[in-house]
Design a protein around this ligand. Structure first.
Ligand SMILES: NC(=O)c1ccc[n+]([C@@H]2O[C@H](COP(=O)([O-])OP(=O)(O)OC[C@H]3O[C@@H](n4cnc5c(N)ncnc54)[C@H](OP(=O)(O)O)[C@@H]3O)[C@@H](O)[C@H]2O)c1
Length: 218
């Protein structure tokens, strides 16, 4: 895939590096051209301005939080798979409040001609540096959602390439669940000091053999 990394921060730089290693064509874009050029040289891939990268790549990792896409690049936002990995700012004292919107749906509203997929918001960036083989051996799960099966199939493959076990959580309207889940993980990873040992796993236990579920109002 041709993957444009929009924003060369911790997560963008890391995912771009590992996708390049997995054989994808990665282009970095940053507000600071020399930063994108340095990362590109380290990962043996390309770089460009935001406008150039948006134009050339069919898949875009949107790792700039709280920045309107049109302020990065006024045009070219059409037919792209846009991966939203963003989380809201951490509240003071980890005092999370309920939200009635998701960052992913806000991004989708700003990009009506693109398909936004919420993904890669769950894991702390450090985790990826264990490398795909180690993550695969650990069975590390990841969750994504979006409205277009074709675009989600690309994101699923990108998760597999990072060594993750991907779960499709359905439409983009569920992005708030993933963002809330990521906040819950951040509570353990950052606030409670559990660090990388705290990875929740979705585990399916079999139903007991003689159990019949009765209709419920809940
Ligand atoms: N780090 C993690 O462990 C992690 C894990 C899951 C999700 N996330 C989410 O992923 C997103 C990126 O995280 P990160 O750790 O990579 O953050 P970061 O290291 O702070 O990088 C964010 C990048 O966004 C760009 N940026 C910030 N403000 C901007 C502005 N006003 N205009 C244009 N560009 C701006 C900058 O790109 P340039 O320097 O290239 O200009 C900056 O390097 C966040 O929403 C975060 O919540 C992070």
């Amino acid at each position: 895939m041709n993957i444009g990394i929009l924003g060369c921060g911790n997560l963008g730089g890391t995912l771009g590096k590992f996708w390049a290693e997995a054989g994808h064509e990665v282009l970095f874009a940053s507000g600071q051209a020399e930063k994108a050029a340095r990362l590109a040289a380290e990962c043996q891939c390309g770089h460009g301005s935001y406008a150039e990268v948006v134009e050339q790549c069919s898949v875009l990792l949107y790792s700039v939080r709280g920045v309107e896409p049109q302020s990065l690049c006024p045009k070219g936002w059409s037919g792209k798979t846009v991966i939203d990995c963003n989380q809201p700012d951490l509240p003071l004292g980890f005092d999370f409040k309920p939200r009635d919107y998701s960052l992913a749906e806000q991004l989708a509203a700003a990009l009506p001609l693109c398909q936004v997929v919420k993904a890669f918001c769950l894991h702390p960036v450090e985790l990826y540096h264990h490398g795909a083989d180690t993550l695969r051996s650990w069975g590390v799960q990841t969750f994504f959602c979006g409205d277009s099966p074709d675009d989600k199939a690309k994101v699923r493959q990108l998760a597999v390439d990072l060594g993750l076990l991907p779960f499709d959580c359905g439409p983009l309207s569920r992005a708030y669940l993933l963002e809330a889940q990521a906040d819950f993980w951040r509570l353990f990873q950052l606030h409670q000091g559990q660090q990388l040992v705290s990875q929740f796993q979705l585990v399916g236990y079999p139903e007991p053999p003689h159990f019949t579920r009765r209709p419920s109002r809940l």
